[in-house]
Design a protein around this ligand. Structure first.
Ligand code: GLA
Length: 384
């Protein structure tokens, strides 16, 4: 759905055209999984799939929300009644952003919002972050708040952590707010310092496929929190602020100090080696050795599967099938327990690989996954 369609629909719903239309993308993470809440490194890029928001200001303390994807009536909320934990539906994301802005001292007096998204939901591709960031950017512009992108991302994370109640890191919101077309974002989640790394696979005859398994295992929410708590325990036992502070060269010594804390050992090993993998990928890309990142991605999958234990049968099937059919590398992406995997492949192998993955799912009696090619796309921006 384009800017024109959301503008028209907004006018139908609210009786006048919107003051503007904004877009914010979903993301896929190339490498650096479950590192963001350990103050570590990540490397996402923006997808062409995005959420559009047509928005106008109001001055009567009301927030009115409508989503083309959910349908139904306009939802009307009072700004002075917004409170964490009171909303368990989709409206908690945009409402949470407004709450976070107000709580940070910004004078927001209301808004009419109409949303429409092409970011697949429940696929580990950050549809929630796209929804948060598009609303934050729209209000930043309409209320002339002058907030920088990284600050908007922080407010969106606060909306998700506190208002919605999901203990996620900062990667998804920063990716949606800060990514640039043709680049992957090398982000240090400790201080949010960023480097845009050119990532033009097509020019090298390569492709990155996203394979959305279309499964989401029910325990994903609780398990994410448990991993996070386990990492915090590891940092406390090792006497550091965050696992990011354990250098790769000091990993063996750190693990030895953890003794028989077997689960913590596995979590720490994943996080420390994963941070190192991000640095290796950045180094390889800067050296122009793009094909050589494949095995590093695959190593990352093994670590997420065996040490961090957030993969699942469907994600492993994508990775194993892709590698058996000539992929350069493959791994799950995002939080895990379902969602999507990525596959790095020669452009000439894409059709055969896609077919092999589809056939493997059919043979295993599983729903056919959705496969699409990901090209690094622009971060959030105004459309009109
Ligand atoms: C989810 C969270 C992110 C990050 C990833 C795992 O996408 O929202 O903050 O922790 O999982 O890397």
């Amino acid at each position: 759905m384009g800017a024109q369609r959301v503008t028209e629909r907004f006018a139908e719903l609210y009786g006048a055209p919107p003051q503007g239309v904004w877009a914010a993308p979903g993301r896929v993470n190339l490498i650096g999984e479950h590192t963001d809440y350990n103050d570590g490194f990540v490397m996402p890029f923006a997808l062409p799939h995005r959420t559009l928001a047509a928005v106008s200001r109001r001055d009567d303390g009301l927030l009115r929300l409508h989503s083309a994807d959910v349908g139904g009536e306009v939802v009307e909320l009072r700004l002075d009644a917004l409170a964490p934990g009171t909303d368990h539906g989709w409206t908690a994301y945009p409402a949470g952003v407004v709450w976070a802005l107000i709580e940070a001292g910004h004078e927001i007096t209301g808004a009419d919002v109409h949303l429409s998204s092409t970011v697949p939901t429940g696929a580990g591709l950050s549809s929630s972050a796209a929804l948060e960031v598009v609303v934050a950017l729209a209000l930043n512009d309409l209320y002339d708040l002058g907030l920088e992108r990284w600050r908007l991302a922080r407010l969106c994370q606060r909306a998700e952590n506190v208002y919605v109640g999901a203990p996620t890191g900062i990667m998804d919101q920063t990716a949606s707010a800060c990514c640039e077309e043709g680049h992957a974002l090398f982000l240090d989640t400790r201080d949010l310092s960023q480097r845009q790394i050119p990532f033009d696979l097509a020019a090298e005859g390569l492709r990155l496929l996203v394979v959305d398994t279309q499964v989401e295992h029910a325990h994903s929410g609780g398990e994410y929190g448990k991993r996070r708590a386990g990492c915090e325990k590891g940092a406390a036992l090792l006497g550091v602020d965050a696992l990011r502070d354990i250098p790769h060269a000091g990993l063996d010594a750190a693990l030895a100090r953890l003794g028989d804390e077997e689960e913590v050992v596995r979590l720490v090993r994943h996080v420390v080696t994963e941070d190192h993998r991000v640095e290796r990928v950045v180094g390889l890309l800067r050296a122009g050795e793009t094909r050589a990142i494949g095995p590093v991605l695959t190593e990352g999958h093994a670590s997420l599967r065996d040490d961090f234990r957030v993969s699942c049968r469907e994600l492993d099937l994508v990775v194993d099938t892709a590698l058996a059919h000539g992929a350069l590398g493959a791994r799950m992406t995002g939080g895990g327990f379902g969602g999507s995997a990525i596959v790095l492949a020669e452009a000439t192998d894409v059709d055969a690989l896609t077919k092999a993955i589809e056939e493997a799912f059919t043979a295993a009696g599983l729903t056919t996954p959705r496969v699409f090619e990901a090209t690094p796309s622009p971060g959030a921006h105004p459309l009109s």
